[in-house]
Design a protein around this ligand. Structure first.
Ligand SMILES: Cc1cc2nc3c(=O)[nH]c(=O)nc-3n(C[C@H](O)[C@H](O)[C@H](O)COP(=O)(O)OP(=O)(O)OC[C@H]3O[C@@H](n4cnc5c(N)ncnc54)[C@H](O)[C@@H]3O)c2cc1C
Length: 187
């Protein structure tokens, strides 16, 4: 094998390139990381927010041009490790246990309100408490099918309500909670 043969060439050693290289390394593939910047010097000014963010000590001296040809300073840092050396002080990686309790968050589009399901040792599943209706996407029928596949118990077919209110359906989840579903259309 030629010394210059590589399976993967990664351009940039920032959070993106560095993470990719770290992930691929155990595969045994020959990986080349190309980085245009040098090593960040270890010096007292690294720890000085004024030097780093006000005086832009480590920012590139390049001039870039916007779409109207106006010159600007890009605020970019070229160093091994990329921008994260300067901006990535807090890279949050929320894990399941960080919530304290198992929690599933429903996806939603702004400005809609989202929701979540939480399990806690202080809460008990219930089929007789408040009945919470979830927005069923794309339809109640499709969601009830998913419920069946996931082991929930479906309570009869979806029912159409008058006055264009839409369709509703009910099921009992695997923990024993009775849940309502609603969708504007069905079928
Ligand atoms: C003002 C600001 C504040 C931020 N604050 C935070 C924060 O607090 N927490 C957080 O998690 N994230 C923060 N970020 C975001 C974080 O810095 C970026 O998401 C992250 O650095 C992106 O990683 P990257 O690998 O895609 O790119 P970069 O980190 O930009 O890495 C790209 C690398 O490629 C190199 N490179 C560029 N051109 C070439 C070339 N032609 N050949 C070879 N190498 C090249 C560069 O030198 C650099 O090392 C902030 C970003 C900004 C702009």
């Amino acid at each position: 094998m030629d010394r210059n043969d590589f399976d993967v060439i990664i351009v940039g050693s920032g959070a993106g390139g560095g993470t990719l290289a770290g992930h691929l390394a155990p595969s045994g593939k020959r990986i080349l990381i190309l980085e245009r910047g040098g090593w960040l010097p270890r010096e007292l000014e690294n720890w000085d927010a004024g030097e780093v963010f006000v005086d832009n000590r480590y920012v590139s001296k390049e001039t870039w041009y916007d779409e109207r040809g106006k010159a600007f300073q890009p605020g970019i840092h070229y160093y091994v490790g990329g921008q994260t050396k300067f901006y990535g002080a807090a890279l949050y990686r929320l894990r399941r246990e960080d919530f304290g309790v198992p929690m599933a968050i429903f996806s939603y589009d702004e400005p809609s309100t989202g929701g979540s399901i939480v399990r806690s040792s202080t809460l008990e599943p219930s089929a007789t408490g408040s009945l919470v209706y979830l927005n069923a996407r794309p339809t109640v029928d499709a969601t009830l099918e998913r419920v069946k596949r996931a082991g929930g118990k479906v309570e009869g077919p979806a029912v159409q309500l008058p006055n264009d209110i839409g369709w509703i359906g009910f099921f009992t989840d695997t923990e024993g909670n009775r849940v309502g579903l609603h969708s504007k259309t069905n079928g």
